[in-house]
Design a protein around this ligand. Structure first.
Ligand SMILES: C[S@@+](CC[C@H](N)C(=O)[O-])C[C@H]1O[C@@H](n2cnc3c(N)ncnc32)[C@H](O)[C@@H]1O
Length: 269
């Protein structure tokens, strides 16, 4: 099943509704910051400062501003007009407008963009909200120079913490929501986000015609997922140890197929 316009607009409204407080615990708590650091490090390792980057689903522009500050040229895109507006304010406030611009373009509308990029990144699951990943991959290939890189953090299918957390509460349907085939409705702030879940190999299949797989790793497999930040705060020393397990073992076969998100790196052929 692919998403229709009504469903895409429901997702847009859901994110519009949280844009104002997204920089607080909802979008940027300690566990999210930890995952952000992994994407920042990976982009910086794969692409030198000065590269032209396209951010897919930029949210309020936290990553885009970080990369602009590090000397990258960033075009930040999002399907939620409220998120795009927040990114523009951030760019102005940080005096980054010469290196950071924001456009209201959904991932399913990349055909509206022109130009050539050295790399693209997407953080915290915007790609999970986009229909027709094969068409998205083809557009990414059109916009990226040969040898250019993709660095994406994508919501995975197998998250043991989530299954345990909701099963213990008796919410078995919620515990297994990531097993759904096709788009599934996930509630947020009394709105609906239409979400596709992926195993890394399912996700890569759509990109394989244009991109070679460089690597992928689990994010927040041992560490609790960001929405369990209260648990993390109560048992911080223990959770930090779990985080170190993620750092050491998250790229190992089998383990890398699990986790709240996975971080995948691909290279344009
Ligand atoms: C969980 S937020 C992540 C935002 C940002 N990347 C970050 O790391 O803070 C998901 C973002 O994806 C955006 N999004 C949802 N569907 C989208 C689509 N079809 N195209 C582009 N962006 C989309 C939302 O508006 C939201 O800003």
């Amino acid at each position: 099943m692919t998403l229709d316009q009504t469903q895409l607009l429901e997702t847009q409204r859901a994110f519009d509704s949280v844009a104002a407080d997204y920089d607080g615990p909802r979008g940027n708590n300690e566990l999210i910051q930890r995952m952000r650091q992994s994407l920042w490090d990976t982009v910086q390792r794969e692409l030198p400062p000065g590269s032209r980057l396209l951010d897919l689903g930029c949210g309020t522009g936290i990553d885009a501003a970080e990369f602009a500050q590090r000397g990258y040229q960033v075009v930040a895109s999002d399907w939620s007009p409220q998120m795009v507006a927040r990114t523009r304010v951030r760019a102005e406030a940080g005096q980054l407008a010469s290196r950071l611009s924001a456009v209201h373009v959904g991932i399913h509308q990349l055909d509206q963009l022109q130009g050539e990029f050295d790399g693209m990144y997407s953080n915290f699951g915007p790609l999970n909200c986009a229909p027709e990943m094969g068409a998205v991959a083809a557009e990414c290939a059109r916009l990226l120079r040969p040898g250019g890189k993709l660095v994406f953090s994508v919501i995975g299918r197998i998250c043991p913490w989530e299954v345990g957390h909701y099963a213990l509460k008796g919410r078995f349907k919620r515990a297994l929501v990531r097993a759904a085939r096709g788009a599934t409705a996930v509630g947020m702030n009394r709105h609906t986000i239409w979400t596709y879940y992926y195993l890394p190999r399912e996700f890569y299949r759509a990109f394989a015609p244009h991109f070679a797989l460089t690597e992928y790793r689990a994010l927040s497999l041992f560490m609790p997922p960001p929405y369990l930040v209260d648990y993390y705060r109560r048992r911080q020393a223990w959770c930090e140890r779990l985080g170190r397990l993620d750092d050491r073992f998250g790229a190992l076969p089998l383990l890398r197929d699990m986790g709240d998100h996975f971080l995948i790196v691909m290279q344009r052929r």
